[in-house]
Design a protein. Structure first.
Length: 155
């Protein structure tokens, strides 16, 4: 996305010994905006809903779990163009793979605060273009960073 984004999501995780598998979905709440110099006032908005499958191996030290993760991410980017000769709307696939670090702090017997820091490489880098406008309005970057935090209850 062209700007820093924030979202809300839900996940379910399975932990067996030191292995953690997590499936999540996130709705990135704010529409990101990208502009072009000409024509004046032309811009596009981008919205993303994504899901991830994450696998982590962690080591426990007192109340802290820490370890590396691998991740696959899939989603839908919806882009809309405004104030151009041919306003348009399109949807495209977001597909990325990467890895990161998980740090989880146990607060009590069943409550945990997980923190993920991930680096994702898009498997397809999209160029978003306006018809009759020179150049692209936005190109998917070669690397995406994600920081996520949550509250978990263990069953």
């Amino acid at each position: 996305m062209p700007e820093l984004e924030y979202g809300v999501g839900a996940s379910i995780a399975l932990r067996i010994d030191s292995i953690r598998l997590e499936l999540s979905i996130t709705d990135w709440l704010r529409s990101a905006v990208a502009t072009v110099p000409a024509p004046a006032g032309a811009y596009a908005t981008f919205d993303l809903v994504s899901g991830a499958l994450v696998g982590c191996y962690s080591w426990r030290w007192h109340a802290l779990d820490l370890g590396p993760c691998v991740e696959g991410d899939v989603g839908r980017i919806e882009a809309k163009g405004f104030h151009v000769s041919h306003p348009a709307e399109t949807q495209t696939l977001w597909l990325a793979a990467g890895g990161g670090i998980l740090a989880a702090i146990a607060l009590a017997d069943r409550w945990v605060l997980p923190l993920h820091f991930d680096l994702l490489v898009p498997l397809d880098r999209n160029d978003f273009l306006f018809q009759n406008v020179a150049g692209s309005i936005y190109k998917t970057p070669s690397l995406a960073e994600r920081l996520s935090a949550g509250v978990e209850y263990l069953f």
